[in-house]
Ligand binder design. Structure first.
Ligand code: PCA
Length: 232
């Protein structure tokens, strides 16, 4: 098969979600990833979903396995950001593990790099502003985010970008999306505000929209050239 033929094939999309962590019984990112992959397949796209363990070591292994098995052209990893009220399209993965709580294996690194020899950070290669504009158009509350934290989500985001840039990688576009709680959010103490939530159906829809935008062929400019970001 000629290289041009290979390039013309629609990219396989890998969506990842996480198992519950921090003592919770639910993590909306995994049902959202599964539902989004189902919807994309129903639309004729080639999409798969994989669940990652919420551990620094195990998530890397599972991710590597998924990349080898599926050879995706597009990777959208996602996780829960409990407390956020909007879908957060992450822009930057940092080379830092600094865990406020232990991961599901009891591992709690403090100020360590994800990769000893890696760069300080990677940018998402998703068209983040096109994704945001499309989410706005679909009336799904969404924002761009400049930090995915320093726990397992940032770790996976960094690992995805690190592997996407490696020689021989199948990945052309990759990034990370943080999701708020859905309607199955745990109860909070009586004196605490309830968690902000979005319907699970909207979380899945947000991932479908992000995947559709990522799969759209770049027409000259890689992303919308509209100002955004944050003042502080
Ligand atoms: N959220 C955590 C890890 C797994 C998840 O869904 C985070 O934001 O790092």
């Amino acid at each position: 098969m000629s290289p041009s033929h290979v390039a013309a094939r629609p990219a396989r999309i890998l969506l990842t979600g996480f198992e519950p962590f921090g003592g919770d019984g639910h993590n909306p990112s995994w049902p959202a990833a599964q539902e989004a992959a189902r919807t994309l397949r129903a639309q004729g796209m080639d999409a798969v979903a994989e669940r990652l363990p919420c551990t620094f070591g195990g998530s890397t292994e599972a991710l590597e396995q998924a990349l080898t098995e599926h050879r995706p052209g597009i990777v959208i990893a996602c996780g829960l950001a409990g407390g956020r009220a909007q879908v957060a399209v992450e822009r930057v993965a940092v080379n830092l593990q600094d865990a406020r709580i232990p991961d599901n294996a009891g591992c709690q690194p403090a100020g360590r790099p994800v990769d000893d020899a890696g760069p300080a950070a990677y940018f998402s290669t998703l068209p983040v502003k096109r994704v945001l504009a499309a989410l706005d158009g679909a009336r799904i509350p969404a924002e761009l985010s400049l930090s995915a934290g320093s726990f397992v989500c940032n770790h996976v985001f960094y690992e995805v970008m690190h592997r996407a840039g490696a020689r021989g990688s199948s990945v052309r576009r990759a990034g990370f999306i943080h999701l708020p709680w859905d309607e199955r959010a745990p109860r909070r103490a009586a004196d605490a505000e309830p968690w902000p939530t979005l319907p699970a159906a909207d979380l899945a829809r947000a991932l479908v929209i992000a995947a559709q935008e990522a799969a759209r062929p770049a027409s000259g400019v890689p992303d919308l050239e509209i100002p955004g970001g944050a003042l502080y």
